[in-house]
Ligand binder design. Sequence first.
Ligand code: DO4
Ligand code: MG
Length: 287
Amino acid sequence: MKIFKLSDGILLQHQNVSYILRYEWNSLINRDKLFDYLTGILSVLDVITEDKASILISQSLLPPIGRQEVWAAGVTYLRSMEARMEESADSGAADLYDKVYAAERPELFFKSMPHRMAGHGQKVYIRRDSAWNVPEPELTLFINAKGNIQAYTIGNDMSSRSIEGENALYLPQAKIFERSAALGPCLYVPPEQAIAKDTAIKMTIHRNNTQVYEDETSIRRMKRSFTELAGYLYRECDFPDGSFLMTGTCLVPPNDFTLQEKDVVSISIDGIGNLVNTVSYKPHKTI
Ligand code: DO4
Ligand code: MG
C-alpha cells in the first residue's frame, strides 16, 4: 500500500485502486499498525480513476513529511565505510569510519527539519563552497512516536565529500544545508512491518540527457538492522509526531565524480517507486 501527500489531501493506492483521504497527515501516519488501520477504512473512502490519480500526483505532490525531524544513520554499508576512509585519508580521520562500522553503537546524526526538504520532482542543492558533491540513495524509515517502524520511503542524503573529508568535525556542514535532503515520492506501508530483505536500490545520474552514473545493490548488504537503528534513535529522544530515519548509503559514485548543476538524480527502490531530483545551487538572496 502506498500513501502520497498532496497539497489538498492524501492519495492512497492499494491493489491497483486509488482512494482519496481527507485526514491530517501527522496523526494519520503516527498510528500503530498503520497498514491494518488503512485497510480497515478502505470501504468508506472515495475511489478515483487511475487517470485522476496520475494527474493529482503530477500536479500536487508534496514530500511525504509533516512535522517530523529527519535523522540519518552513517557507515551502515561497507561501501560507505571504504569511500569515507579514502576521502578522509589526508585528514588522519580514516580510522573513525572502520571503528564506527564495527562498533556496537551506530553513527546517527541529525539531518533536516521538514522545511529544508525536497520532494519528488523538486530541486536538491549542492553547496557553492564544496568542490566534491554526491547524492546518497538511502532507504528511509518512518518510525512512529512509539518507536515502531510503520512505513518506508526513498531518501537522498545529499553530501559534500570535500567538507567531510577535510575534517570529520565538519560533518554538520557537509550534511545540513538548504535542500540537502529529499524524500518521496510516497510512503510505502507494507502488510508486515518489515520490508523484503532482497529489496533493490538503484541510482542513475543523467547530465545533458546522457547517463553518467548507474549502479544498484540490495538492502541485504546492510550491516545493521532497522530496529537496531530505530532503537538507538529513540533511546533518549522523544518524537511526538514520529520521525524519519535515513538508513545510510549503499552506493557511492567513483572518487572522480562530483555533481554538477542540472544533473538529474534518480533513485528507485523496489516496492516504493522512483525519487527524481534536479541538482541546483541555492539562489542568491535578493534582499
Ligand atoms: O559518516 C558520515 C556520514 C555517513 C553517511 O551519511 C552514510 O553512510 O550514508
Ligand atoms: Mg548518508
